[in-house]
Structure formats: structure tokens, C-alpha cells
Design a protein around this ligand. Sequence first.
Ligand SMILES: NC(=O)c1ccc[n+]([C@@H]2O[C@H](COP(=O)([O-])OP(=O)(O)OC[C@H]3O[C@@H](n4cnc5c(N)ncnc54)[C@H](OP(=O)(O)O)[C@@H]3O)[C@@H](O)[C@H]2O)c1
Length: 271
Amino acid sequence: MDFSEINTRGLVLLGCGKMGSALLEGWLKGGINADAVYVLDPNPSDWLRAQGVHINEDLPQSPAIALLAVKPQMMGDALPRMVALGNGETLFLSIAAGTSIAHFEGALGASTPIVRSMPNTPAAVGKGITAIIGNAHTTPSHLDMADGLLQAVGQVVRLQSEDQIDAVTGVSGSGPAYVFHMIEAMAAAGTAQGLPPEMAMQLAKATVAGAGALAEAAEETPEQLRINVTSPGGTTAAALNVLMNEERGFPKLLGEAVKAAADRGRELGKS
Ligand SMILES: NC(=O)c1ccc[n+]([C@@H]2O[C@H](COP(=O)([O-])OP(=O)(O)OC[C@H]3O[C@@H](n4cnc5c(N)ncnc54)[C@H](OP(=O)(O)O)[C@@H]3O)[C@@H](O)[C@H]2O)c1
């Protein structure tokens, strides 16, 4: 991506914790000048201080982009500092879960260009996936800029409507935690079958990471990959009989889990 507009006009980061730092690291590696970056954060980390960016200084008058990366519950306190940049040429990019575009328009001004996004934690290792949706004041080039910036930490998908973001939260936003739990459960099950706990954990982690990498790289669908490793009457078939059980298997469990997360996202969005 061409960062020249950002390097000229500046980039503001409101909140630089786990997510903000993961993004900033990708951007600095990708060609954004440290001197173009202005961070507002009450407790800048040692890592952040070592990057040569402006920290808690006066902001440029019309930065190309302002990333909103504070926790949703801190947004009310933090946003007023950004109001001077609203209703102008600065694109706002929010990664906060549960804070609606309407809320930002109310706080920053109704004609502010705003992109709302939902990233996930594998962004910390460059393997995130983020969904984005813009408001009525975003242009195709705004969306391209947000897309390009978020690609610094993984893949990006574009939504058709803001309400889809709750489903994204249920699948990819909260999803890494489901997979972490699956690793825990697989390791515990391996230990129950006679393996030392550390080895069971190593096997479970590598299996999930390897299967994920294969699913992404292969031309076959995950369904075909599953069929390929399932011989009739074999060991995998015995396990899949349990996991694909209609009453208590993965499809039913994950359907309920994703719905619970999406419903909670809808609830939080209203409050
Ligand atoms: N982590 C995820 O998996 C994930 C996934 C999707 C979306 N998100 C979203 O990403 C956002 C950031 O999450 P995170 O995990 O990076 O949180 P985090 O690590 O707590 O980072 C937030 C940062 O903002 C700072 N902050 C607090 N109040 C502020 C203020 N008034 N002005 C400026 N900065 C302020 C915090 O400082 P203190 O630590 O001193 O409070 C902290 O450094 C959240 O809105 C979250 O919904 C996160």
C-alpha cells in the first residue's frame, strides 16, 4: 500500500494497547514513518516509547486517519479529544467491539467519515482477519485506505451492512477463544488416554495450527479434507461419529456458541 498520504498528513492512534500496538508494529514495518504517528494513551508501554512516534503531544490539524483503539467502556472518556477532527477530512477507523457507527456520528459529527471494523487477536502474529463497514460519508478510497492499513495484520473482508458485524464477532472476533478452548480440551482428552500433559498439549497445539494452515492453503474445501482423512470404519470415523452427532456434536454446539456471542454483541451495541 502507498502510505504517502498518511506520511504527509499524519496518523492518530487513540489508545495503544494490545490491538493498537499490533497494528502500529505492522504499519511501521510496512513503511509508515514514525514521525507521522501521533499516539494518545495515558500509559504508553516501553515498546511504544522506543518507536520514535509522537506520544501525548498536540495532534496534526487534519491527519489522514484516526484509529480508535480504546476499550469500548473507555470510549466515552476518550472520544471528546477527537471532536476537533470530526466533520472533516480525517477518516476515523474504529476497532472497538459494540460501539455503533451512529454512536460515533453522534460524538464526532454526522458528516464524519467512519469505518467500523472487527479484528481478532491473531493480528498480534500477523494472522488476523478483520471485517469492515463504512458509513455514508466514506468514499471508495477511504475504504481502500482502511483495508490496506488492516491488511498489515492479516486478511480483510468487507461487509454489506453494519448489522453483520455481530455475526462476525460470533465467528472470527470471539472465535480464537473457542479454538483455544478446543486445544485445552483436546490436550486434556489426550492426557486421559495416557499421554504426559505437556506432550498432549504440544500435540493438540500443533494439530490445530497445522490443520488450520492446511485448510487455508489447500485447494480442497475443509469438508473434502475431512473426507480425505476418514477411512470407513477407521479411527477418525469413530471420533467423527461423536463430533458430528446431530444432538450433541459440533454443528449444534457451535451454532449455539456463535449465536450466543452474536446476541451478546447485539445487546452491548444497544447499551
Ligand atoms: N483484543 C481483541 O481480541 C480485540 C478484538 C476485536 C476488537 N478489539 C477492540 O480493540 C480495542 C482495544 O482492545 P485492546 O485489547 O487493545 O485493549 P487494551 O490493551 O486495553 O488497549 C487499550 C489502550 O487504550 C488506553 N486508554 C484507556 N483510556 C484511554 C483514553 N482515555 N485515551 C487514550 N487511551 C486510553 C489503555 O490504557 P490503560 O491500559 O492505561 O487503560 C490501553 O493502552 C477495544 O475496543 C476492543 O473492543 C479487541
